[in-house]
Design a binder for this molecule. Structure first.
Ligand code: NAD
Length: 380
Protein backbone atom coordinates (compact mmCIF):
# COMPACT_ATOMS: atom_id res chain seq x y z
CA UNK A 1 0.00 0.00 0.00
CA UNK A 2 1.26 3.44 -0.97
CA UNK A 3 0.64 6.71 0.85
CA UNK A 4 1.57 9.82 -1.12
CA UNK A 5 2.24 13.44 -0.21
CA UNK A 6 1.67 16.08 -2.92
CA UNK A 7 3.08 19.58 -3.28
CA UNK A 8 0.35 21.93 -2.01
CA UNK A 9 -0.44 24.22 -4.95
CA UNK A 10 -2.97 26.53 -3.30
CA UNK A 11 -1.93 30.18 -3.25
CA UNK A 12 -0.24 31.24 0.02
CA UNK A 13 0.03 27.64 1.22
CA UNK A 14 3.36 26.63 2.71
CA UNK A 15 2.44 23.57 4.78
CA UNK A 16 3.05 19.95 3.89
CA UNK A 17 0.79 17.07 4.98
CA UNK A 18 3.43 14.67 6.30
CA UNK A 19 6.87 15.47 7.72
CA UNK A 20 9.91 13.13 7.70
CA UNK A 21 9.35 12.37 11.41
CA UNK A 22 5.90 10.88 10.66
CA UNK A 23 7.04 9.13 7.50
CA UNK A 24 9.67 7.23 9.47
CA UNK A 25 6.87 5.83 11.66
CA UNK A 26 4.62 5.00 8.72
CA UNK A 27 7.42 3.20 6.87
CA UNK A 28 8.21 1.24 10.04
CA UNK A 29 4.53 0.16 10.13
CA UNK A 30 4.95 -1.50 6.73
CA UNK A 31 3.59 1.03 4.22
CA UNK A 32 5.37 2.60 1.28
CA UNK A 33 5.44 6.42 1.24
CA UNK A 34 6.10 8.58 -1.81
CA UNK A 35 6.61 12.32 -1.61
CA UNK A 36 6.36 14.73 -4.53
CA UNK A 37 9.75 16.33 -5.07
CA UNK A 38 9.98 19.61 -3.16
CA UNK A 39 6.76 19.05 -1.16
CA UNK A 40 8.35 20.08 2.15
CA UNK A 41 10.63 22.89 0.99
CA UNK A 42 8.38 25.80 2.01
CA UNK A 43 7.92 24.38 5.51
CA UNK A 44 11.60 23.62 6.00
CA UNK A 45 11.67 19.86 5.26
CA UNK A 46 14.20 18.91 2.59
CA UNK A 47 13.88 16.16 -0.01
CA UNK A 48 16.97 14.48 1.46
CA UNK A 49 15.31 14.33 4.90
CA UNK A 50 12.32 12.58 3.35
CA UNK A 51 14.64 10.08 1.66
CA UNK A 52 16.48 9.42 4.93
CA UNK A 53 13.09 8.84 6.60
CA UNK A 54 12.38 6.08 4.08
CA UNK A 55 10.19 7.84 1.51
CA UNK A 56 10.83 7.82 -2.21
CA UNK A 57 10.60 11.02 -4.22
CA UNK A 58 8.37 11.13 -7.29
CA UNK A 59 6.64 13.43 -9.78
CA UNK A 60 2.99 14.46 -9.49
CA UNK A 61 1.77 11.71 -11.82
CA UNK A 62 3.06 8.90 -9.59
CA UNK A 63 1.85 10.67 -6.46
CA UNK A 64 -1.72 10.82 -7.80
CA UNK A 65 -1.69 7.08 -8.49
CA UNK A 66 -1.21 6.22 -4.80
CA UNK A 67 -3.72 4.34 -2.62
CA UNK A 68 -3.90 7.19 -0.11
CA UNK A 69 -3.26 10.87 -0.85
CA UNK A 70 -2.44 12.74 2.38
CA UNK A 71 -3.09 16.45 1.75
CA UNK A 72 -3.36 19.75 3.54
CA UNK A 73 -5.90 21.22 1.09
CA UNK A 74 -8.38 19.57 -1.26
CA UNK A 75 -6.65 18.79 -4.57
CA UNK A 76 -7.88 20.52 -7.74
CA UNK A 77 -10.49 18.63 -9.85
CA UNK A 78 -7.81 17.85 -12.48
CA UNK A 79 -5.79 16.02 -9.83
CA UNK A 80 -8.82 14.21 -8.39
CA UNK A 81 -9.72 13.03 -11.88
CA UNK A 82 -6.33 11.34 -12.22
CA UNK A 83 -6.71 9.25 -9.06
CA UNK A 84 -7.66 5.59 -9.27
CA UNK A 85 -11.09 4.29 -8.21
CA UNK A 86 -11.17 3.23 -4.57
CA UNK A 87 -8.24 5.47 -3.58
CA UNK A 88 -8.46 7.57 -0.42
CA UNK A 89 -7.91 11.30 0.04
CA UNK A 90 -7.46 12.82 3.47
CA UNK A 91 -7.16 16.51 4.35
CA UNK A 92 -8.98 19.81 4.85
CA UNK A 93 -11.62 19.19 2.16
CA UNK A 94 -14.07 22.00 3.10
CA UNK A 95 -16.95 19.52 2.83
CA UNK A 96 -19.60 21.88 4.18
CA UNK A 97 -18.28 25.19 2.79
CA UNK A 98 -17.63 23.96 -0.76
CA UNK A 99 -19.51 20.67 -1.14
CA UNK A 100 -19.86 20.97 -4.93
CA UNK A 101 -16.06 20.77 -5.27
CA UNK A 102 -16.35 17.15 -4.07
CA UNK A 103 -18.31 16.05 -7.14
CA UNK A 104 -15.15 14.58 -8.78
CA UNK A 105 -14.62 12.48 -5.64
CA UNK A 106 -18.04 10.92 -6.20
CA UNK A 107 -17.49 10.55 -9.95
CA UNK A 108 -14.08 8.88 -9.54
CA UNK A 109 -15.44 6.55 -6.82
CA UNK A 110 -12.90 7.77 -4.32
CA UNK A 111 -13.10 7.65 -0.55
CA UNK A 112 -12.66 11.02 1.15
CA UNK A 113 -12.00 11.80 4.81
CA UNK A 114 -12.28 15.44 5.88
CA UNK A 115 -10.24 16.29 8.95
CA UNK A 116 -12.75 19.06 9.75
CA UNK A 117 -15.35 16.37 10.49
CA UNK A 118 -13.26 14.17 12.80
CA UNK A 119 -15.49 13.90 15.88
CA UNK A 120 -14.16 15.78 18.90
CA UNK A 121 -14.21 12.77 21.19
CA UNK A 122 -11.44 11.86 23.62
CA UNK A 123 -10.10 9.00 21.42
CA UNK A 124 -9.72 11.40 18.50
CA UNK A 125 -7.97 14.21 20.39
CA UNK A 126 -4.57 13.33 18.92
CA UNK A 127 -6.10 13.56 15.41
CA UNK A 128 -7.76 16.95 15.99
CA UNK A 129 -6.26 19.03 13.18
CA UNK A 130 -8.73 21.88 13.77
CA UNK A 131 -7.36 22.33 17.29
CA UNK A 132 -3.75 22.11 16.10
CA UNK A 133 -4.28 24.80 13.49
CA UNK A 134 -6.36 26.96 15.86
CA UNK A 135 -3.47 26.84 18.34
CA UNK A 136 -1.07 28.18 15.71
CA UNK A 137 -3.57 30.83 14.56
CA UNK A 138 -4.18 32.09 18.11
CA UNK A 139 -0.44 32.45 18.69
CA UNK A 140 0.24 34.17 15.36
CA UNK A 141 -2.69 36.59 15.77
CA UNK A 142 -0.97 38.09 18.81
CA UNK A 143 2.40 38.30 17.08
CA UNK A 144 0.76 40.17 14.16
CA UNK A 145 -1.07 42.50 16.54
CA UNK A 146 2.19 43.25 18.38
CA UNK A 147 3.89 44.04 15.09
CA UNK A 148 1.20 46.51 14.02
CA UNK A 149 0.64 48.17 17.40
CA UNK A 150 2.62 51.41 17.74
CA UNK A 151 3.25 50.51 21.39
CA UNK A 152 4.94 47.69 23.29
CA UNK A 153 3.16 44.89 25.11
CA UNK A 154 5.01 44.62 28.47
CA UNK A 155 5.07 46.95 31.47
CA UNK A 156 8.54 48.52 31.50
CA UNK A 157 10.11 50.63 34.25
CA UNK A 158 12.91 52.59 32.60
CA UNK A 159 15.06 55.58 33.47
CA UNK A 160 12.86 57.51 31.04
CA UNK A 161 9.75 56.58 32.99
CA UNK A 162 7.18 53.81 33.06
CA UNK A 163 5.64 52.21 29.98
CA UNK A 164 2.21 50.77 30.80
CA UNK A 165 1.33 47.28 29.53
CA UNK A 166 -0.84 46.84 26.44
CA UNK A 167 -4.49 45.99 27.02
CA UNK A 168 -5.72 43.07 24.95
CA UNK A 169 -9.33 41.97 24.56
CA UNK A 170 -9.94 38.44 23.23
CA UNK A 171 -13.42 37.56 21.95
CA UNK A 172 -14.15 33.82 21.93
CA UNK A 173 -12.15 31.61 24.30
CA UNK A 174 -12.03 28.31 22.40
CA UNK A 175 -8.76 26.78 21.25
CA UNK A 176 -7.51 29.82 19.27
CA UNK A 177 -8.73 32.35 21.84
CA UNK A 178 -7.03 30.57 24.73
CA UNK A 179 -3.74 30.39 22.82
CA UNK A 180 -4.06 34.11 22.01
CA UNK A 181 -4.62 34.86 25.70
CA UNK A 182 -1.61 32.77 26.73
CA UNK A 183 0.63 34.39 24.10
CA UNK A 184 -0.47 37.95 24.95
CA UNK A 185 0.12 37.23 28.64
CA UNK A 186 3.62 35.90 27.89
CA UNK A 187 4.37 39.17 26.12
CA UNK A 188 3.26 41.02 29.24
CA UNK A 189 -0.14 42.36 28.19
CA UNK A 190 -3.09 42.77 30.52
CA UNK A 191 -5.76 40.53 28.99
CA UNK A 192 -9.52 40.21 29.29
CA UNK A 193 -11.72 37.81 27.36
CA UNK A 194 -15.36 37.15 26.61
CA UNK A 195 -17.04 33.94 25.57
CA UNK A 196 -20.69 33.15 25.43
CA UNK A 197 -19.97 29.76 27.06
CA UNK A 198 -19.69 30.37 30.79
CA UNK A 199 -17.62 27.16 30.99
CA UNK A 200 -14.77 28.99 29.21
CA UNK A 201 -14.41 31.31 32.23
CA UNK A 202 -12.34 28.81 34.20
CA UNK A 203 -9.85 28.36 31.33
CA UNK A 204 -9.54 32.12 30.84
CA UNK A 205 -8.87 32.75 34.54
CA UNK A 206 -6.32 29.93 34.71
CA UNK A 207 -4.27 31.80 32.09
CA UNK A 208 -4.19 34.93 34.25
CA UNK A 209 -6.77 36.88 32.23
CA UNK A 210 -10.04 38.46 33.36
CA UNK A 211 -13.25 36.78 32.18
CA UNK A 212 -15.96 39.22 31.14
CA UNK A 213 -19.46 38.01 31.88
CA UNK A 214 -22.79 39.02 30.43
CA UNK A 215 -26.02 38.00 32.14
CA UNK A 216 -27.95 36.11 29.45
CA UNK A 217 -30.51 34.78 31.92
CA UNK A 218 -31.40 31.14 31.38
CA UNK A 219 -30.41 31.00 27.69
CA UNK A 220 -28.62 27.77 26.74
CA UNK A 221 -25.35 28.87 25.09
CA UNK A 222 -23.54 25.55 24.61
CA UNK A 223 -24.57 22.41 22.73
CA UNK A 224 -23.94 18.81 23.78
CA UNK A 225 -20.65 18.78 21.83
CA UNK A 226 -19.24 21.72 23.81
CA UNK A 227 -19.69 24.19 20.93
CA UNK A 228 -21.41 27.56 21.16
CA UNK A 229 -25.03 27.68 20.00
CA UNK A 230 -26.27 30.32 17.60
CA UNK A 231 -27.74 33.08 19.77
CA UNK A 232 -30.90 35.13 19.37
CA UNK A 233 -30.36 38.71 18.09
CA UNK A 234 -31.21 40.01 21.58
CA UNK A 235 -28.64 37.81 23.34
CA UNK A 236 -26.02 38.70 20.74
CA UNK A 237 -26.69 42.39 21.30
CA UNK A 238 -26.10 42.09 25.05
CA UNK A 239 -22.63 40.68 24.34
CA UNK A 240 -21.91 43.30 21.69
CA UNK A 241 -22.85 46.20 24.00
CA UNK A 242 -20.37 44.97 26.59
CA UNK A 243 -17.72 44.41 23.90
CA UNK A 244 -18.22 47.98 22.60
CA UNK A 245 -17.39 49.37 26.06
CA UNK A 246 -14.36 47.14 26.64
CA UNK A 247 -12.98 47.65 23.10
CA UNK A 248 -12.78 51.41 23.76
CA UNK A 249 -10.36 50.67 26.60
CA UNK A 250 -8.25 48.15 24.64
CA UNK A 251 -5.15 48.55 22.47
CA UNK A 252 -5.73 45.22 20.71
CA UNK A 253 -8.87 43.19 20.04
CA UNK A 254 -8.45 39.63 18.82
CA UNK A 255 -11.67 38.01 17.69
CA UNK A 256 -12.08 34.24 17.39
CA UNK A 257 -15.83 33.69 17.89
CA UNK A 258 -17.32 31.01 15.65
CA UNK A 259 -20.41 28.83 15.56
CA UNK A 260 -19.73 25.66 13.52
CA UNK A 261 -21.54 25.63 10.16
CA UNK A 262 -22.82 29.21 10.57
CA UNK A 263 -21.70 32.69 9.64
CA UNK A 264 -19.46 34.09 12.39
CA UNK A 265 -21.37 36.23 14.92
CA UNK A 266 -20.94 39.99 14.67
CA UNK A 267 -19.12 41.00 17.86
CA UNK A 268 -17.41 44.28 17.01
CA UNK A 269 -19.66 46.81 15.27
CA UNK A 270 -18.59 49.83 13.26
CA UNK A 271 -19.61 51.98 16.24
CA UNK A 272 -17.35 49.89 18.51
CA UNK A 273 -14.39 50.44 16.13
CA UNK A 274 -15.12 54.19 16.10
CA UNK A 275 -14.84 54.10 19.90
CA UNK A 276 -11.32 52.63 19.75
CA UNK A 277 -8.24 54.85 19.99
CA UNK A 278 -6.29 55.52 16.76
CA UNK A 279 -3.34 53.13 16.61
CA UNK A 280 -5.38 50.26 18.05
CA UNK A 281 -5.36 46.94 16.23
CA UNK A 282 -8.08 44.38 15.50
CA UNK A 283 -7.11 40.89 14.31
CA UNK A 284 -10.20 39.01 13.12
CA UNK A 285 -9.60 35.25 13.06
CA UNK A 286 -13.17 34.67 11.89
CA UNK A 287 -12.47 36.55 8.62
CA UNK A 288 -12.97 33.42 6.50
CA UNK A 289 -16.48 32.81 7.86
CA UNK A 290 -17.77 36.37 7.57
CA UNK A 291 -15.77 38.08 10.30
CA UNK A 292 -16.55 39.07 13.89
CA UNK A 293 -15.82 42.73 13.07
CA UNK A 294 -18.25 44.61 10.82
CA UNK A 295 -15.36 46.28 8.93
CA UNK A 296 -13.16 43.24 8.32
CA UNK A 297 -12.16 42.65 4.71
CA UNK A 298 -11.15 38.99 4.35
CA UNK A 299 -7.48 38.58 3.46
CA UNK A 300 -6.70 42.29 3.83
CA UNK A 301 -5.26 44.79 6.29
CA UNK A 302 -7.18 48.04 6.34
CA UNK A 303 -6.87 51.26 8.28
CA UNK A 304 -10.21 52.65 9.39
CA UNK A 305 -9.96 56.06 11.06
CA UNK A 306 -6.58 55.10 12.53
CA UNK A 307 -7.60 51.59 13.65
CA UNK A 308 -5.80 48.77 11.85
CA UNK A 309 -8.16 45.88 11.03
CA UNK A 310 -6.53 42.65 9.90
CA UNK A 311 -8.53 39.77 8.39
CA UNK A 312 -6.10 36.87 7.85
CA UNK A 313 -7.39 33.83 5.96
CA UNK A 314 -4.73 31.19 6.57
CA UNK A 315 -2.53 32.00 9.54
CA UNK A 316 -1.36 28.40 10.11
CA UNK A 317 0.35 28.56 6.70
CA UNK A 318 2.43 31.50 7.95
CA UNK A 319 4.02 29.23 10.59
CA UNK A 320 4.49 26.28 8.22
CA UNK A 321 7.18 24.37 10.11
CA UNK A 322 5.25 23.81 13.31
CA UNK A 323 1.83 23.76 11.61
CA UNK A 324 3.05 20.93 9.37
CA UNK A 325 4.61 19.08 12.28
CA UNK A 326 1.37 19.15 14.32
CA UNK A 327 -0.85 18.40 11.31
CA UNK A 328 1.39 15.54 10.23
CA UNK A 329 1.14 13.97 13.68
CA UNK A 330 -2.65 14.34 13.56
CA UNK A 331 -2.80 12.67 10.13
CA UNK A 332 -0.44 9.88 11.13
CA UNK A 333 -2.63 8.92 14.08
CA UNK A 334 -5.68 8.99 11.80
CA UNK A 335 -3.88 6.86 9.18
CA UNK A 336 -3.31 4.29 11.94
CA UNK A 337 -7.08 3.69 11.80
CA UNK A 338 -7.13 2.78 8.12
CA UNK A 339 -3.84 0.90 7.80
CA UNK A 340 -3.66 -2.66 9.07
CA UNK A 341 -0.38 -4.61 8.73
CA UNK A 342 0.69 -2.49 5.78
CA UNK A 343 -2.68 -2.75 3.95
CA UNK A 344 -5.63 -0.44 3.56
CA UNK A 345 -8.54 -1.54 5.78
CA UNK A 346 -11.46 0.80 6.39
CA UNK A 347 -13.89 -0.20 9.12
CA UNK A 348 -16.83 2.12 8.61
CA UNK A 349 -18.35 1.08 11.93
CA UNK A 350 -15.55 3.02 13.66
CA UNK A 351 -17.10 6.21 15.04
CA UNK A 352 -14.15 8.36 13.96
CA UNK A 353 -14.01 7.03 10.38
CA UNK A 354 -17.77 7.24 10.00
CA UNK A 355 -17.79 10.82 11.29
CA UNK A 356 -14.94 12.02 9.07
CA UNK A 357 -15.94 10.13 5.90
CA UNK A 358 -17.46 12.47 3.32
CA UNK A 359 -17.70 9.95 0.49
CA UNK A 360 -17.07 6.20 0.64
CA UNK A 361 -16.04 4.65 -2.69
CA UNK A 362 -18.08 7.22 -4.55
CA UNK A 363 -21.21 6.60 -2.47
CA UNK A 364 -22.43 6.89 1.11
CA UNK A 365 -22.13 10.67 0.89
CA UNK A 366 -22.08 12.29 4.33
CA UNK A 367 -25.66 13.47 5.01
CA UNK A 368 -24.60 17.07 5.64
CA UNK A 369 -22.64 17.13 2.37
CA UNK A 370 -25.45 15.44 0.45
CA UNK A 371 -27.85 18.06 1.81
CA UNK A 372 -25.45 20.84 0.80
CA UNK A 373 -25.06 19.28 -2.67
CA UNK A 374 -28.82 19.15 -2.96
CA UNK A 375 -28.88 15.47 -3.84
CA UNK A 376 -28.50 12.19 -2.03
CA UNK A 377 -25.85 9.95 -3.61
CA UNK A 378 -26.47 6.83 -1.57
CA UNK A 379 -26.47 8.85 1.66
CA UNK A 380 -25.24 7.24 4.87
P1 NAD B 1 -14.91 27.57 17.70
O1 NAD B 1 -13.74 27.86 16.82
O2 NAD B 1 -16.11 26.93 17.11
O3 NAD B 1 -15.38 28.95 18.39
C1 NAD B 1 -14.48 29.76 19.10
C2 NAD B 1 -15.11 30.30 20.36
O4 NAD B 1 -16.08 31.29 20.05
C3 NAD B 1 -15.84 29.25 21.20
O5 NAD B 1 -15.26 29.20 22.48
C4 NAD B 1 -17.28 29.77 21.24
O6 NAD B 1 -17.92 29.50 22.46
C5 NAD B 1 -17.07 31.25 21.03
N1 NAD B 1 -18.29 31.98 20.58
C6 NAD B 1 -19.18 31.62 19.61
N2 NAD B 1 -20.15 32.56 19.50
C7 NAD B 1 -19.86 33.54 20.39
C8 NAD B 1 -20.48 34.77 20.74
N3 NAD B 1 -21.61 35.18 20.16
N4 NAD B 1 -19.91 35.51 21.71
C9 NAD B 1 -18.77 35.09 22.33
N5 NAD B 1 -18.13 33.96 22.03
C10 NAD B 1 -18.67 33.17 21.08
O7 NAD B 1 -14.47 26.75 18.98
P2 NAD B 1 -13.29 25.72 19.20
O8 NAD B 1 -12.05 26.46 19.52
O9 NAD B 1 -13.25 24.78 18.07
O10 NAD B 1 -13.76 24.99 20.53
C11 NAD B 1 -15.13 24.85 20.88
C12 NAD B 1 -15.28 23.95 22.09
O11 NAD B 1 -14.85 22.63 21.76
C13 NAD B 1 -14.48 24.38 23.30
O12 NAD B 1 -15.24 24.08 24.44
C14 NAD B 1 -13.30 23.48 23.25
O13 NAD B 1 -12.70 23.31 24.53
C15 NAD B 1 -13.95 22.20 22.77
N6 NAD B 1 -12.97 21.29 22.16
C16 NAD B 1 -13.02 19.97 22.49
C17 NAD B 1 -12.12 19.08 21.94
C18 NAD B 1 -12.15 17.63 22.27
O14 NAD B 1 -11.43 16.88 21.69
N7 NAD B 1 -12.95 17.19 23.18
C19 NAD B 1 -11.17 19.55 21.06
C20 NAD B 1 -11.15 20.91 20.73
C21 NAD B 1 -12.07 21.76 21.29
Amino acid sequence: MRIAVPVENQRDEARVALTPESIKKLVASGVEVIVETGAGIKSGFLDDEYKTAGASLAGRGAVLEADVLACVNRPEPDDLNKMKAGAVILGFLKPLDEPAALEPVVARQLTAFAVELIPRITRAQSMDALSSMATVAGYKAVIIAAEHLPRMFPLLMTAAGTVPPAKVLVLGAGVAGLQAIATARRLGAVVEAYDVRAAAGQDVKSLGAKFLEVDLGSIETQDAGGYAKELSPEALKLGRDMVTKRAAASDVVITTAQVPGRKAPLMLTEEAVHGMRPGSVVVDLAASTGGNCALTQPGQNINHQGVTIIGPLNLPATVPGHSSQLYSRNLTTFLGLIVDKGSLKIDMSDEILKGACVVYQGGNVHPKVAAALGHAVGSQ
